[in-house]
Design a binder for this molecule. Structure first.
Ligand code: VGL
Ligand code: ZN
Length: 273
């Protein structure tokens, strides 16, 4: 588990490298249908602004091979106890991503883990708002925010990574959602759509051009991370069977739709490793 890991809580990074690995070859599925319904691609959750397709920048999937290569990184999003069955914000079958990610990760020379990392009393918690209950939507300064049960509170067991997650060569752990008044589904940009986590600069300093996204939840933190990756000029591919969704009022279908429109690719883990 996570030997030699570097923790980034506020935009500083530390680094360690690991060996490369030659993975198997396969095909990536390109997203279909780029027609927007209405004005612009809609963000996956109801957190803040709309996702905009990266019209410029790299094409999704690049050479259309999901075979990990130099310039690729694996982003393992929020594989934390509170998102597991029985957890505070359980994602159905969330635990099933763990063995898939463990098998996938060695194919990537660069791997980053993220943790949802809220202060007690965080504004995304229903308990922080009088007369509100979990899964209500509330308008906050930056836009609509789904209110969640208290989850992933800093330093708690619920915020810890799943004990069986094994990505020992991960060089960076990005924590997000630690500003009380701003949520962050995305590993790149907080819900105010301004505040950066530092991940973009870190990846670019490493020469990363393409990110593979996996983890929890498909329709919130994974989708927002993949959409922001596109917005920031990366190619982005979601490893669909290495993710599980919350699926709140159609959020999963909306997320895949927004990702397709933004040029996020979609692949199965077996095509990678
Ligand atoms: C997440 C809801 C609230 C996620 C985090 O990791 O997808 N979802 N906080
Ligand atoms: Zn959260």
């Amino acid at each position: 588990m996570l030997a030699r890991r570097a923790i980034v809580a506020a935009g500083t990074a530390a680094v360690a490298m690991a060996a490369t690995r030659a993975p198997a070859q396969a095909q990536v599925t390109q997203p279909q249908g780029a027609q927007a319904q209405g004005a612009g691609a809609q963000g996956a959750g109801t957190q803040g602004g709309a996702a905009r397709a990266g019209a410029s920048g790299a094409q999704p999937g690049g050479d259309a091979s999901p075979r990990p290569r130099a310039g690729d990184a694996l982003l393992v999003v929020d594989v934390q106890n509170d998102f597991m069955p029985g957890g505070a914000l359980a994602v159905p079958r969330g635990d099933e991503v763990v063995p898939v990610i463990n098998r996938l990760a060695p194919a990537f020379r660069l791997a980053v883990l993220t943790q949802d990392w809220h202060v007690p009393g965080h504004s995304s918690f229903a308990s922080s708002h009088p007369d509100r209950k979990p899964f209500d939507v509330l308008k906050l300064a930056y836009g609509n925010q789904v209110l969640w049960p208290d989850h992933c509170v800093q330093g708690t067991e619920g915020a810890a990574l799943h004990r069986d997650l094994s990505v020992p060569h991960a060089q960076l752990v990005i924590r997000k959602g630690y500003n009380r008044d701003v949520d962050s589904y995305s590993a790149f940009i907080e819900a105010d759509r301004k505040t950066r986590t530092g991940l973009d600069a870190w990846l670019k300093a490493k020469g990363v051009r393409r990110v593979f996204c996996c983890g929890l939840a498909t329709d919130f933190c994974v989708a927002w991370t993949a959409l922001d990756a596109r917005r920031l000029g990366f190619e982005a591919i979601v490893v669909e069977d290495a993710c599980r969704a919350i699926d709140l009022d159609g959020s999963l279908a909306r997320a895949w739709d927004a990702m397709a429109k933004a040029g996020v690719g979609r692949v199965r883990a077996a095509a990678i490793a």
